[in-house]
Design a protein around this ligand. Structure first.
Ligand SMILES: Cc1cc2nc3c(=O)[nH]c(=O)nc-3n(C[C@H](O)[C@H](O)[C@H](O)COP(=O)(O)OP(=O)(O)OC[C@H]3O[C@@H](n4cnc5c(N)ncnc54)[C@H](O)[C@@H]3O)c2cc1C
Length: 372
């Protein structure tokens, strides 16, 4: 009997875990190296559109994800106190868009990867890779594999060690992500996702996001130049000034939160030899379409499918990039345009340009979602 093919993966984030589960489910042996001492997700909450939910379904993680996620009935935009857009979601024939804590999504994906047979090693930092199919660890170990996957995020050491040039771009805004509780903010309009914008006395935005029975995620956008509003710990004064209706939640944030400026990473190629670069390491994008993790998971699953369909790893990597990249490139481009123009202040556009990825049926995920 032929030996199972083997993958070494750097990074147990959404991309690395999706690749691990997808490959194991296709008969591969997989080891994932996570630099952190614990398996955990950074950031607060996350939006997962239908495309990402379909991938989770194909990985055996959807039932667990759905169980602790929030299905808001509507998505609104309110700018300077006026409702500019109102879109029902999650009902019959509506967009499926679940919100949840990152920890909830991550735990469900860890469970799915382990159930599929992946080995997850914590405290194991990757420092590079060789195109012949070798992962290099910080302790000097060199591990051979049929494929190496660099899923080690936006500051990927695997990518950088291969000398793949990067185009990086920063934008004028960034986001503080905080998780708090929904005390006093439940039922009726408080069950909606509400994109609050304010232009006077300054430009700020809060994407108010119920993310579970008791969890409230707030993505608080402030210009990089606005030192007062982008400060951590959050300085509630400028935020309450713009969004007095959210004062109860804003005044109990304490020292929680982190500020990340929007950024884009673009590579001329997603692979070198037998090394694939997957997720933010290949295509970080501003969060304006909430598709970074969606694209990361789609591309991880798409890679496993391409490896199944071809005879050599090199052939698979060519097929994979040709098939998956156009949608990711489009999504990244559109997310960047939206970030630069702040057009969401006039309401989310529920059109093909913005929602092409959300409407997409990912490679290997054509099974409909079981929502009974
Ligand atoms: C403000 C903000 C909001 C966002 N909101 C959304 C959203 O709502 N929906 C959505 O789909 N996307 C969203 N995104 C994008 C999403 O967070 C990313 O696209 C996603 O996390 C990428 O997953 P990843 O696995 O590629 O990288 P990461 O999540 O960064 O995971 C990388 C993993 O690799 C580990 N690691 C790093 N270096 C090494 C190393 N050298 N060796 C071993 N391990 C290493 C890290 O510890 C981490 O566990 C948002 C991003 C931002 C900044």
């Amino acid at each position: 009997m032929a030996r199972a093919r083997h993958a070494e993966i750097a990074g147990a984030g959404f991309a690395g875990l999706a690749a691990a589960a997808a490959l194991c489910r296709r008969g591969w042996t997989v080891r994932v190296h996570e630099a952190d001492r614990e398996l955990r997700a950074f950031g607060a909450g996350i939006f997962i559109w239908s495309n990402g939910l379909r991938v989770l379904n194909a990985l055996g993680a959807y039932a667990d994800v759905r169980a602790g996620a929030f299905a808001a009935p509507a998505y609104e935009t309110r700018t300077d106190g006026e409702t500019l857009a109102f879109e029902p979601i999650n009902g019959p024939n509506r967009y499926r868009l679940l919100t949840m804590t990152r920890q909830h999504l991550h735990a469900a994906m860890v469970k799915a990867a382990r159930a599929a047979g992946a080995e997850l090693v914590t405290g194991s930092e990757a420092v590079g890779a060789a195109p012949e199919g070798e992962l290099h660890l910080a302790d000097g170990t060199r591990l051979e594999a049929d494929i190496v996957i660099g899923a080690d995020g936006v500051r990927s050491k695997v990518r950088d060690s291969l000398g793949i040039p990067q185009e990086r771009r920063k934008y004028q805004d960034g986001i503080i992500r905080v998780l708090t509780d929904r005390t006093g903010l439940k039922g009726g309009e408080w069950d909606h996702v509400i994109d609050f914008w304010c232009h006077r006395p300054r430009t700020l935005r809060i994407l108010y996001t119920p993310s579970g029975e008791n969890d409230l995620y707030m993505a608080m956008m402030a210009p990089v130049a606005d030192k007062e509003a982008s400060a951590i710990p959050v300085n509630p004064a400028p935020w309450i000034d713009c969004f007095p209706q959210l004062a109860p939640a804003l005044s109990r944030l304490g020292d929680r939160g982190r500020y990340d400026a929007y950024e884009t990473t673009r590579l001329p190629t997603w692979s070198a030899g037998r090394v694939a670069i997957v997720g933010d390491s290949a295509h970080a994008m501003p969060p304006t379409l909430a598709q970074g993790a969606g694209c990361a998971m789609m591309n991880a699953l798409g890679l496993a499918v391409a490896l199944d369909e071809t005879h050599t790893v090199e052939e698979a990597l060519r097929l994979w990039e040709a098939r998956e990249r156009p949608l990711t490139d489009h999504t990244q481009r559109r997310a960047a345009e939206i970030a630069a123009s702040r057009v969401l202040a006039s309401g989310m556009k529920w059109d093909d340009e913005g929602l092409r990825a959300a409407r997409h049926v990912p490679t290997g995920a054509d099974m409909p979602l079981d929502d009974r």
